[in-house]
Design a protein around this ligand. Structure first.
Ligand SMILES: NC(=O)c1ccc[n+]([C@@H]2O[C@H](COP(=O)([O-])OP(=O)(O)OC[C@H]3O[C@@H](n4cnc5c(N)ncnc54)[C@H](O)[C@@H]3O)[C@@H](O)[C@H]2O)c1
Length: 310
């Protein structure tokens, strides 16, 4: 039997790409996802989908005991900042207690865990750019706090039980399969607007910057991080403002639409850009997808998805 891996959140945007990459390596893959934001159709037929809530410890234990995984990719999360503000207890239940459940189940099988945290929602507004991992987090919303608390359990379990767990703090991830219906995922949101011929809203008058990293690069990083202990920023180190991003997507779409400008929303960062040199030094990873090329390819892939589901 080939080495098996569990992917929590494997029906989500990033998780479903992780599933595909593991299957391509010949791994057996079991997905744990409650389908709260994930979609069953994103999960490749060759993987097994277990519909379960990671905050249910007994369900997590039952699946881990049946699979006996050799590696765990823990992406399942309450990933909406707005939802975390509206219901911080549920956010904590999933992102903190759910992470503890995954860690405990992985411990019983000696499996290393790769945990996806956030580089964008953790460092706050005063961090020097590009921000390195040693900067003490100063989150602005419960989502950042719960991810940071989850990280703390991951690193403590790694030290206490002698298994190399990796924490990957992702930049703003974009790529095929990203939902245009969330509050984040600005590439998918703008793509849908441009495809429909509707003007999008540029919050912060288009000035806020982010570090946009393609999902293919992120998946390579998560697989490469498996077995390394520590905290790693996974991003490009390139700071791009929202207006420039929108301009490039307009070029990809071959459409020009005057956007609406609005002030920054509460809890949103003004600038974000991450230093990923530790990931390069530790496991030889760096981003390879250039933003212009990644945006054009993503726009066309997303439009094909919109058309197929219209
Ligand atoms: N997209 C980004 O830019 C970004 C940036 C930083 C970190 N992250 C992190 O990466 C991970 C994946 O994010 P994504 O963008 O693919 O989001 P997503 O919402 O598409 O994926 C999250 C998945 O987790 C599942 N899930 C949610 N609650 C669950 C629960 N209680 N039990 C089981 N499954 C549950 C959802 O159904 C979904 O399939 C998350 O941990 C997120 O916090 C994402």
């Amino acid at each position: 039997m080939s080495a098996s891996a569990i992917v929590t959140g494997g029906a989500g945007f990033i998780g479903s790409h992780v599933v595909d990459a593991l299957l391509a390596q010949g791994r057996e893959v079991v997905v744990i996802d409650d389908l709260s934001s994930g979609k069953q159709e994103r999960v490749a037929d060759a993987a097994t989908l277990e519909v379960a809530d990671i905050s249910d410890a007994a369900a997590v234990d039952r699946i881990f005991d049946a699979v006996r995984p050799e590696a765990v990719f823990h992406l399942g999360a309450q990933a909406s900042v707005t939802a975390s503000v509206a219901d911080p207890r549920r956010d904590c239940e999933v992102n903190v207690a759910g992470t503890l459940n995954v860690l405990e189940a992985a411990r019983r099988h000696g499996a290393p865990v790769v945990f996806t945290s956030t580089g964008g929602a953790l460092y706050g507004n005063d961090a020097p750019l590009p921000t390195g991992e040693d900067r003490i987090p100063a989150p602005l919303a419960p989502y950042g706090a719960s991810k940071w608390a989850g990280e703390s359990f991951v690193s403590t379990w790694s030290r206490a039980h002698g298994v190399a767990h990796a924490i990957c703090r992702l930049g703003n991830v974009y790529g095929p399969r990203q939902s245009p219906h969330g509050e984040a995922g600005v590439v998918a949101i703008f793509s849908l607007k441009l495809w429909r011929g509707e003007a999008p809203v540029l919050y912060g008058h288009g000035r806020p910057t982010r570090d946009y990293v393609h999902v293919e690069d992120v998946v390579r990083a998560l697989l490469a991080a498996c077995g390394s202990a520590g905290v790693f920023n996974i991003a490009t180190g390139v700071e791009t403002d929202v207006a420039a991003l929108y301009d490039e997507l307009q070029r990809a779409a071959g459409v020009t639409l005057e956007p609406q400008l609005a002030p920054l929303r509460a809890g949103e960062l003004e600038r974000s850009c991450l230093d990923s040199s530790r990931a390069r030094e530790e496991f030889g990873w760096s981003a390879t997808v250039e933003l212009r090329e990644g945006l054009h390819a993503t726009y066309h892939a997303l439009v094909a998805e919109f058309a197929a589901s219209a």
